[in-house]
Every structure is written in C-alpha cells, then in structure tokens.
Design a protein around this ligand. Structure first.
Ligand code: ADP
Ligand code: MG
Length: 273
C-alpha cells in the first residue's frame, strides 16, 4: 500500500463534454486514508470529478495527480491496482454469475490469458464474504434484486484489493438497512485495513454519519471542502441545495443530524448573499 499523505490533487481542472463545461477550474486536495464523501445536486460534477481522478476522463485544462503521480504517468493496469472504482451505472450481462462478476475484479492482477491463482480465488472469496454474497455466488445477475446486484458490484470492486476505492453512488437501489451495511463495511475496511475511500453520496445524513471529509460540489465548482461537520452546515446546504434545514444534535448520537424542512425561495438566498 502506498504511503502518501495526499490521495489525489486537482489543480485548476476544467473538464467538458462536447465543449460544455462540467468542472470549472477545480482545485482539490484529497487527504489519504479517509472516507471522503462527494456531495452536491444532480449534475454538479461529482461523477466527472471521480472519473477525472481515476484517469477515465481527460480534463481540457489543469493537472491531476493520484497516489503520488501525475495521472497520465500511470500505466492503466497499475492505476487499476492502485484505485478500484465502481461507476454510477455499471453494466454486465444478466447471465453472468455473481462469482464471475467478482472475478472480473481480478483482471488488473492477471495476465490476459493467465490461469486463476489461489490469490485470485482467495481475494474473490473474501470480497463475497464481506458483501454477504457467498451464499448466492452461483446465481446469475438476472436472478438478483437491485440491492443484491449492487452488492455484487461492490464485491467486484473489493476483489481488486486496491488500497484506494472510489464508489459512485454505492447506496443506489439499496434500502436503508443495506445502505448502512455497505457504509459499515466501508468504515471497517477503512479503520481496520487502511483503505481510502471516495464515495459519491446523495443522502447528506449518510455523509454526515460516515464521512471524515466532505467535498461539496455546486454547478461544476467546489462550494466547500473539509472535515464533515465544517462543510455540512445549514448555510452551505441552503446555498447549494436550495433547501432550508436544521442541523441538530441528539444526546445519544455522536454525529449531528440534518433535518430537511422545505425548499427555500431563490430570492431569499439572493437577499442573504
Ligand atoms: P453528478 O455526478 O454530480 O450528477 P456529472 O458529473 O455526471 O454530475 O455531470 C456534470 C455535468 O456534465 C452535467 O451537466 C451533465 O449533464 C454533464 N454530463 C455528464 N456526463 C455526460 C456525458 N457523458 N455526456 C454529456 N454530458 C455529460
Ligand atoms: Mg453522478
């Protein structure tokens, strides 16, 4: 596992799709070894930032470094061993088994035609156990619920055994119990094995509860970045999400709770600025 203080840096990064900007001159310094949440409204640039950091989308301007190297200096297979990523809407054939999907995670460790090693099998077994998928590993994806499919994809990512893991909306399609299971697993892997996570999370209360560090995106820019409770504040949530909320503390819970109240008037935001 690499020993660097900074997981990744974006310097003045602008990224576009067909000339339409998705990130505008973004500067970002992500700390190593933390659970980092990317939060922000739909279309604010979270997935694009993750794809740029993972070397899957090239910015038109600016510099990106990951795990101590400029992203363009990484051989793709080495970068895949360093940073595993689950994209927002991953696709796989319906007749693929859970086991075979998890095995795909070993791709970056194996030669193209190399036979499976015990190391590959053990990594897949660990990933299936961690996601509670061992008992249904022989089922095909077409035989699974949405939540089970999501867990199968997370098993695929864990099987890579990369020190850094990027998850784009991993709690999509999960009921609250399974969402908590996934984030408890993330916490365990972070605290016990030292994996660093960057996770796109829509639910601000899950970010408040699980993230060490939050990056708040707003229309392709960074509206806030830092320790979770410094970033997720009533004013920032009001400005970025255009909702009124209260952040309250409860006697028996260590993190505050965000209570959304109502969508606020745009004019009220302008008046407050
Ligand atoms: P988020 O993940 O925060 O919802 P994205 O990074 O996916 O936001 O999108 C940022 C902006 O880029 C949005 O305006 C979105 O419409 C646009 N965008 C994202 N992906 C594509 C794409 N493949 N082609 C064209 N535009 C895209
Ligand atoms: Mg997205």
């Amino acid at each position: 596992m690499s020993k660097v203080e900074t997981l990744a840096t974006l310097s003045e990064v602008t990224a576009t799709y067909n000339d339409a900007p998705a990130l505008h001159k973004v500067d970002l310094d992500l700390p190593e070894g933390k659970i980092i949440a990317f939060c922000g409204p739909n279309g604010s640039g979270k997935s694009t930032a993750l794809r740029v950091l993972r070397g899957l989308h090239s910015p038109v301007q600016g510099a990106v470094s990951v795990a101590g190297r400029h992203v363009s200096e990484w051989n793709p297979r080495d970068l895949a061993r360093e940073v595993a990523m689950l994209s927002q809407s991953p696709q796989a054939p319906e007749d693929m088994t859970v086991y075979d999907l998890a095995l795909l995670g070993r791709y970056s460790h194996r030669g193209r035609f190399a036979a499976l090693t015990d190391t590959d099998r053990n990594a897949v077994d660990r990933a299936l156990a961690a996601t509670n998928m061992t008992g249904i590993a022989t089922r095909t994806l077409g035989q699974l619920s949405g939540g089970q499919i999501q867990r199968a994809w997370i098993a695929m990512v864990l099987a890579q055994e990369a020190p850094h893991i990027f998850l784009d909306e991993p709690t999509n399609h999960l009921d609250i119990a399974h969402a908590l299971d996934i984030l408890d697993l993330v916490t365990r892997l972070n605290r016990e094995n030292g994996h660093g996570f960057v996770i796109v999370l829509h639910d601000l209360n899950l970010a408040m509860r699980y993230a060490d560090h939050v990056v708040l995106f707003d229309d392709g820019r960074i509206a806030g970045e830092g320790p979770t409770q410094d970033v997720l504040r009533e004013e920032a949530i009001r400005t970025v999400f255009e909702i009124d909320c209260r952040i309250i503390t409860l006697p028996d819970i260590d993190r505050p709770v965000i209570v959304p109240l109502k969508r606020c008037e745009l004019s009220a935001i302008c008046a407050a600025e």
